[in-house]
Design a protein around this ligand. Sequence first.
Ligand SMILES: C[S@@+](CC[C@H](N)C(=O)[O-])C[C@H]1O[C@@H](n2cnc3c(N)ncnc32)[C@H](O)[C@@H]1O
Length: 221
Amino acid sequence: MADPLECNAEMSLEQQRAWWNGAATSNAANAVLSDRQEWDSDSFYASGRDWLAQHFAFGRFAAVEFGGKRALDFGCGLGRMTVAISEFYEEVIGIDISEEMLDRARKAVTRPGISFNHVTTYPLPFESESIDLVYSTIVLQHISPPHNIQYLKELFRVLKVGGLLLFDAPAASFGDDGTGIFILPRDAVLSEADTQKCKLLALRNFPATSTQHYQYLFQKA
Ligand SMILES: C[S@@+](CC[C@H](N)C(=O)[O-])C[C@H]1O[C@@H](n2cnc3c(N)ncnc32)[C@H](O)[C@@H]1O
């Protein structure tokens, strides 16, 4: 059987950064959420609150409660999810590879407790086991192997004991259709979780995508 990682060509992190900077400059909100060509700010940030409510509802199936001190939003873009997360966590750090996205996020989101940091590679600039919630949505799908699994290792590493990691990634492709969606095989995710003593609490098909895309919830033991 072909290795699913071979379905897509590798992109360097510098190429990814340049791509996202270009996308942010031309139409940032559409680059984040392509279902509308033009977004008004209220609807765009309201979509973040709606998504988070759905994602936290999924997590509650596993009988966990969200809320706490420190959260990380990996691949925060314009801060759509960062601001929603800040209603539950005292401090939320959004990180992104694109400084153009971050410039726009800082202008749009000025709530206390939120900060935006430019991070262009791994390891992530956080102590091990220092974050209560590590969150990421519609980000890993855009990061080519081998970088996607390296970032995932980092998301597990920075998670506190008892902390929650909630993210999504496509686990299989129905063929390389040229959309630039990169695969992170489910077995690779589960094996890394095992290595880093993180327990899978819940798994579901992530809605509204054409690949086999999962949303995962882990807790560090
Ligand atoms: C589709 S947007 C999603 C933004 C945000 N998560 C949301 O749902 O509103 C993907 C974001 O991931 C960021 N990104 C892509 N590769 C990254 C990387 N290697 N490290 C950090 N951020 C990255 C992009 O710059 C972009 O802002």
